[in-house]
Ligand binder design. Structure first.
Ligand code: PGA
Length: 251
């Protein structure tokens, strides 16, 4: 039985005061969490504040990226060591916005996954095809390439610390979510690939989240699919009660 995860990716949103209010509202309407794990990924500037505000809850904290080094002369970068130090449990890696805005390649994502693992961080590893690739029938090819490159050199012990997030780029921030059937098809494909690489036991345990315009209106159908083990939520996570409503779908 896979415990689902619902993760909030705030991206570059919410100032300190907004973050404090979000946690206050969230705690107010927080459902019983026995049936899922919850992860919140604020921007670097509010990690510490959110960590403090979440004290006493079971909600886990994530960073949204790490640099390629652990310390040193890398102006503007934040290291895996720093995320660990501030109290992060997870880091989101390979998000399509980082691939697009910062030219992150599959091999760079793979390097970051290894660095994050070395520091004891768990990973939400994002992948997904863009609109043209889907139209051209290349979805499986792209997903396979991103998955296998990202996991290159990762052992069957290490993969237990990785959660995969299938995020079709055309569905992110567009309001145009993948249908539950479209998402399920890719999730099942990803699980098959994991089984081929790591065996059936690993594949049956690994969590595969769906991301891309998830909201409380569509979450029940998406999360009801057999291979969808949770959601990575961007826009709809910025309002605490909407994020709670998505979590409530699982209860
Ligand atoms: P969205 O973003 O929910 O706003 O589509 C999801 C994500 O990019 O993680």
């Amino acid at each position: 039985m896979r415990l689902p995860i619902i993760a909030a990716n705030w991206k570059m949103n919410l100032l300190l005061n907004d973050a404090r209010n979000w946690v206050k509202d969230f705690k107010h309407s927080l459902p019983e969490l026995s049936s899922c794990g919850v992860v919140v990924a604020p921007p670097f500037t509010s990690l510490s504040t959110v960590k403090n505000e979440l004290a006493g809850t079971e909600i886990q904290l994530a960073g949204q990226d790490i640099g390629l080094a652990l310390e040193g002369a890398h102006t503007g970068d934040i290291s895996a060591k720093m995320l660990k130090d501030v109290g992060c449990d997870y880091v989101i890696l390979g998000h399509s916005e980082r691939r697009r805005d910062h030219h992150e390649s599959d091999s760079m994502v793979n390097e970051k996954i290894k660095i994050a693992l070395s520091q004891g961080l768990k990973i939400i590893f994002c992948l997904g095809e863009n609109e043209k690739q889907r139209q051209d029938g290349e979805t499986q090819e792209i997903v396979k390439e991103q998955l296998l490159s990202g996991l290159s050199g990762i052992s069957s012990e290490e993969i237990n610390h990785i959660v995969i997030a299938y995020e079709p780029v055309w569905a992110i921030g567009t309001g145009n979510n993948a249908t539950p059937e479209q998402a399920q098809e890719v999730h099942a494909f990803i699980r098959t690939l994991v089984a081929q690489e790591y065996g059936d036991a690993v594949a049956s345990h690994i969590r595969i989240l769906y991301g891309g315009s998830v909201k409380s209106k569509n979450s029940k159908d998406l999360l009801g699919q057999p291979d969808i083990d949770g959601a990575l939520v961007g826009g709809a996570s910025l309002v605490a009660h909407e994020f709670c409503a998505i979590i409530n779908t699982l209860i």
